[in-house]
Write a protein of this length. Structure first.
Length: 118
């Protein structure tokens, strides 16, 4: 059974930092890129960042560019370093996986809550 498990969420002051981690298991993830999405209350889930299988290519939403960095820790783990957190960043953050040749994410984590206090 495929599992993506996020960790590292919590409460941080505006301007602070958090690092989220995602561990994947249950099958081989060879060729799979990893991504982070987030969903705030009353809003749709939105893309945050993606890293390809090779780790060479990274993509970011404009809203987090320059503040967030996605890493490929190994073949199954990814992390998201979030710096300079803003009041608009609080959300449930989800890890997702998709094969780099496909457009659909086929594996999702349960999410981890990020709260930013002003």
């Amino acid at each position: 059974q495929v599992q993506l498990v996020e960790s590292g969420g919590g409460l941080v002051q505006a301007g602070g930092s958090l690092r989220l981690s995602c561990a994947a298991s249950g099958r081989t993830f060879t060729g799979y890129g990893m991504a982070w999405f987030r969903q705030a209350p009353g809003k749709e889930r939105e893309f945050v960042a993606r890293i390809t299988w090779s780790g060479y290519n990274r993509y970011y939403a404009d809203s987090v560019k320059g503040r967030f960095t996605i890493y490929r820790d190994n073949t199954t783990n990814t992390s998201l370093q979030m710096n300079s957190l803003k009041p608009e960043d609080p959300a449930v953050y989800y890890c997702a996986a998709r094969h780099d040749t496909l457009g659909t994410y086929d594996s999702w984590g349960q999410g981890t809550q990020v709260t930013v206090s002003s």
